[in-house]
Design a protein around this ligand. Sequence first.
Ligand SMILES: Cc1cc2nc3c(=O)[nH]c(=O)nc-3n(C[C@H](O)[C@H](O)[C@H](O)COP(=O)(O)OP(=O)(O)OC[C@H]3O[C@@H](n4cnc5c(N)ncnc54)[C@H](O)[C@@H]3O)c2cc1C
Length: 326
Amino acid sequence: MSILVWIEQIQGNAVSSCWEVLGKAQSLAAELGTTAVAVVAGDSVDELAQQALRYGAATVYTASSPVLARFRLQPYTAVMEAAIDAVGATVVLTSATNQGRILAATVACKRNAGLAPNAGDLRIDDGALVVERTVYSGNIIADIHFESELRVATVRPRSFPMPQPAAADGDVHALPISLNEDDVRVKITDFRAANTAEVNLNDARIIVSGGRGVAADPDKGFQLVAELADVLDAAVGASRAAVDAGYIPYKHQVGQTGKSVKPDLYIAAGISGAIQHLAGMGDSKIVVVINKDPDAPIFERARYAIVDDLFTTLPALTEEFKKRLG
Ligand SMILES: Cc1cc2nc3c(=O)[nH]c(=O)nc-3n(C[C@H](O)[C@H](O)[C@H](O)COP(=O)(O)OP(=O)(O)OC[C@H]3O[C@@H](n4cnc5c(N)ncnc54)[C@H](O)[C@@H]3O)c2cc1C
């Protein structure tokens, strides 16, 4: 009986939200009197395995093969199944990234296990895992209890603090698994990294988002949004209205049908605050709103409200932050 956490890597670098999940798994494991075990897969994962030990894994299981260099569902599922068997896992956790979600769902299907997606919190009740997640656009917090022996959950990035790395203390074991490229039905023919500095909304501590309020001059509006984001080292977000109008690509969309984010600071410029937008950013710690309409519903979520034109407010903020942040 153990808690198994998948440590996702992209080009050999761990996705940081996986360490948050591992940190939480460690405290849950202590409550259950068991251990948190990490599984890492990739082309060469020795350094990642050491990192997982430093971030709190009691044991790390590894699968190293060129077949695993980039994420593909079929071989990664095989690795997860081998790890579940090796560990005797009763709980499997992944970060709720795109790949973490699809991997968790596939593993849950293959193992006939219950799946709780996009957890905002995890706790132990009567010796069993209970998952908290928001439903109905964030209006209800649901407790998910499992009936299956194996419990699978994906955890929303930034739901838990980043653990402090310590001296590596634990074992690393290679999983007894052999993978053959010829057996993998998906082939990756090309790989082009997205400009993650621009789009990495999931991990962003600060997000500056633009909405249909830029309509008078969308290019200029999103340029002003991007300039403020640049000064604050923030990611750029958008409402669906802005995406649907073609002002900015879908990958920036925040909300029910876009990304679900949880930054420390969310600056919304020219966004009215429809329930579907709030569903994606309602858990932000501090919300700053820039909107010409003092009655815009998003002001109800604002810690700081600026009732003004975004075309003058955004550059003024950028200038001021430039001065103060150097
Ligand atoms: C099934 C479904 C799923 C959806 N999913 C999403 C989703 O994932 N994300 C999402 O965002 N929406 C989603 N929507 C759409 C949502 O209902 C809203 O239509 C959308 O969020 C509105 O975007 P907006 O706030 O940018 O535009 P608007 O509602 O048009 O608001 C624009 C705001 O800009 C202000 N403004 C105008 N000019 C200026 C200016 N110069 N300076 C300052 N302020 C100005 C206005 O006062 C207004 O408040 C979904 C809808 C449905 C039905």
